[in-house]
Design a protein around this ligand. Sequence first.
Ligand code: FES
Length: 107
Amino acid sequence: MRFEVLMADTAERFLCEPHQSVLDSMERLNRQDIPVGCRGGGCGVCKVQITHGEYLRRRMSRAHISAADEVAGIGLACCVIPLTNLTLSVVVGPNVPPPQLGAREHS
Ligand code: FES
């Protein structure tokens, strides 16, 4: 079953394939809603705040996601697997550039 991701800041939406992370699904669609880094939970570039929906988490670096962050719904998009439709927004940090809104690559 595929689940929809709603980007709260832009109202853009895309579908996540079953068992794929939010970041994997976004990249497969050639979208750039969320910044991409290591794709493995280690760099913190893809940090998002999830405000609605349920999800599984793969292992995330504690250097980037604290226990308090987890409770607050903050996670790494490369480690978040949707279990329902999700609403989220990008968390922009000091070393994280904001996403290029509206910019997409087409192949
Ligand atoms: S892309 Fe590096 S933690 Fe997600």
